[in-house]
Design a protein around this ligand. Structure first.
Ligand code: UTP
Length: 300
């Protein structure tokens, strides 16, 4: 019997050049969205989905990520002595039942290359891949991954890939998938027939974009090993997924429900949108933020 998936790979080694100068000396994945850095949302989602072992792919200037998930005994005992339960509970993400592992991608040779560094960690198991700069917002942010993992087991799939609908003039920014049939039902697996990384404008086969969450069988590592570098010298995860499809392995797309939105902070426009939406939804500060924005909008 297949045992539940426990391992996740979190690629966080990219340069984040589109967010310069904010990312000059700190990782993009450590930029705050409201009260937490982006990668903490990602890790909390993985923990809530039941994953217990996280391999974070880091790189140069990414040490702050390790510090963030490392217990700091001096800080914890100072908060304990001060009886500051509120702040101690804010740090509970470190104590949860998970183990953190790190490996470095010395130069950013693409997302596929970053994921391939997890081959030994994953070994013969299935695994989740969750991009360190992308979050899922919804009542239960772990719901899509939980359902995708269950489906991966039920179908003995090579890959289940979360997708979302994007505007037709945005498709050139994403990995775009083709599926069997036209309109996929949300929250159900649909056989994938092709995937193209950042198709030139006007050439995308659909408006279904890969949404930063994947469940893979170990076959992905063999496919990554056979994936050639692209024109920029990078190994793309989408190209390895394409190889899985071309060799007849069962690869499924999984459309997120309309109330499960993917947010990434890859460029300033999406970062600002993400920040505003998360602050407005913040259970402690959302009300104040809404009041403030209403007052500002009145001034404009
Ligand atoms: P992006 O595609 O946004 O690339 O990465 P990037 O390098 O971070 O940013 P730009 O394009 O220079 O602005 C999506 C996710 O994949 C990781 C990134 O850290 C991010 O979390 N990634 C990307 C890697 O781990 N390694 C890579 O070689 C590329």
């Amino acid at each position: 019997m297949l045992h539940p998936i426990q391992k996740a790979i979190v690629p966080a080694a990219g340069l984040g050049t589109r967010l310069l100068p904010a990312t000059k000396s700190q990782p993009k994945e450590m930029l705050p969205v409201g009260r937490k850095p982006v990668i903490q949302y990602v890790v909390e989602e993985l923990q809530a989905a039941g994953l217990t072992q996280m391999l974070i792919i880091t790189g140069r200037r990414k040490r702050a990520i390790e510090d963030h998930f490392d217990p700091d005994p001096t800080l914890l005992s100072a908060l304990e002595q001060a009886g500051n339960e509120a702040l101690l509970s804010e740090l509970s993400y470190i104590q949860r039942n998970s183990r953190f592992f790190y490996t470095r991608q010395s130069s950013p040779k693409g997302l596929g290359h970053a994921v391939s560094l997890g081959a030994e960690f994953v070994d013969d198991d299935a695994c989740v891949v969750a991009l360190g700069d992308s979050m899922i917002m919804g009542e239960d942010s772990a719901a899509p991954l939980r359902a995708m993992m269950q489906t991966h087991r039920d179908l003995d799939a090579a890959a289940i890939i979360a997708v979302e609908q994007v505007a037709p003039d945005e498709t050139h920014r994403y990995g775009i998938v083709s599926i069997e049939g036209s309109e996929p039902p949300p929250g159900e697996p649909v056989m994938m027939t092709d995937i193209i990384e950042k198709p030139p404008r006007g050439t995308a086969p659909s408006t279904l974009a890969v949404a930063a969450r994947y469940v893979f069988s170990p076959a992905i590592f063999e496919a990554l090993g056979r994936t050639p570098t692209d024109g920029q010298g990078e190994i793309q995860l989408s190209d390895a997924i394409k190889l899985l499809v071309q060799t007849g392995q069962p690869v499924y797309a999984w459309l997120l429900h309309p109330d499960q939105r993917r947010y990434d902070i890859g460029n300033f426009e999406s970062y600002f949108r993400t920040f505003i939406d998360f602050v407005l939804a913040d259970e402690r500060y959302g009300y104040l933020a809404r009041q403030y924005i209403k007052a500002k909008a009145y001034e404009l």
